[in-house]
Design a protein around this ligand. Structure first.
Ligand SMILES: NC(=O)c1ccc[n+]([C@@H]2O[C@H](COP(=O)([O-])OP(=O)(O)OC[C@H]3O[C@@H](n4cnc5c(N)ncnc54)[C@H](OP(=O)(O)O)[C@@H]3O)[C@@H](O)[C@H]2O)c1
Length: 269
């Protein structure tokens, strides 16, 4: 069983129902070996079903799920994880994340973070991590659980939101970031600069966005239900951008954040 997170995975938000299972199965056939789900996506069952139907061995696919912010108190946390494992039906998950930190510590940070560590100790997850955490949350995590306890922080990252402060901090900790909405919900696919770079490499603009994020050291989890887009995005794995191309893509950063609900923390960037 691998303990490292494959750098390109499939986001499964919106891949619900039988159509969702079919899209995930298409992704596995193309070669995706990392699936990202969450209690709040209603896709845990689809992820498990697609892996079983694919004929792949359990240890060939890396599966992540996330504890929803409405189930982080001491009473609900562990039963919710057990329910996730039942829904997915593949045994322990590879990675279990806290989906959102509790705003203003309405649920005590120590409570849900120690529950997360306990879930790993109890064998529900091989690795643990966090999502939508700020630098302050990451520092508190280090103090509470010790350095190196978490495997990733999953945050919104794409060429238009490169989050330099958070990225610098994560690098200093040796913590990989997982980029959600890595093609900005399809917007990068229409970007002229990314398109021009894509032409020279024989790939799409979206693939250039993904290749750029991976070259920056991030893990990416784009979503798609289209077989053509799934394959085009997967092709990002074989793109090597030049230093000049990476430098030009860095200029696209404009701090453009798409996901910023009321429950969001005060972001660093
Ligand atoms: N931790 C969190 O709080 C959080 C928040 C948001 C998302 N996520 C995770 O991140 C994953 C990705 O985010 P997302 O699904 O919201 O957005 P995304 O991956 O940035 O974009 C998905 C959209 O882009 C389109 N698309 C995909 N590939 C394309 C291509 N090559 N060319 C043109 N359009 C393309 C898709 O349409 P088609 O189906 O037509 O291809 C879909 O509408 C989610 O599925 C979820 O797993 C996590």
């Amino acid at each position: 069983m691998t303990h490292t997170i494959p750098p390109l995975g499939l986001g499964t938000y919106g891949r619900t129902g039988d159509a969702g299972t079919a899209a995930i199965l298409d992704a596995l056939e193309i070669g995706y070996r990392h699936l990202d789900t969450a209690q709040n996506y209603d896709t845990e069952r689809q992820v498990g079903e697609a892996v079983r139907r694919s004929g792949l061995k359990r240890d060939e696919v890396f599966v992540t799920t996330k504890v929803g912010d409405q189930r982080m108190d001491k009473a609900q946390f562990m039963p919710s994880v057990e329910r996730s494992l039942e829904q997915i039906g593949l045994g322990p998950v590879d990675l279990l994340l806290i989906h959102w930190p509790s705003k203003n510590d309405a649920i005590p940070f120590e409570d849900y973070m120690t529950s997360l560590a306990e879930a790993r100790q109890r064998g529900f997850a091989r690795l643990i991590g966090v999502s939508n955490f700020t630098i302050d949350h990451l520092e508190r995590t280090d103090r509470l659980l010790g350095k190196g306890a978490i495997a990733t922080n999953q945050v919104e990252l794409h060429p238009y939101l490169q989050s330099p402060r958070l990225v610098a901090h994560a690098r200093s900790m040796g913590l990989p970031l997982t980029a959600y909405q890595p093609i900005a919900k399809g917007e990068c696919a229409r970007d002229p600069l990314l398109g021009r770079i894509g032409e020279t490499h024989g790939v799409t603009a979206a693939a250039v966005a993904l290749a750029f994020l991976m070259a920056e050291g991030h893990i990416v989890i784009p979503a798609s239900s289209s077989k053509a887009n799934l394959a085009a995005n997967f092709a990002a794995r074989s793109v090597t951008l030049t230093d000049a191309e990476k430098a030009s893509i860095r200029t696209l950063d404009r701090g453009f954040r798409r996901i910023n609900p009321d429950k969001a923390p005060r972001w660093d960037d």
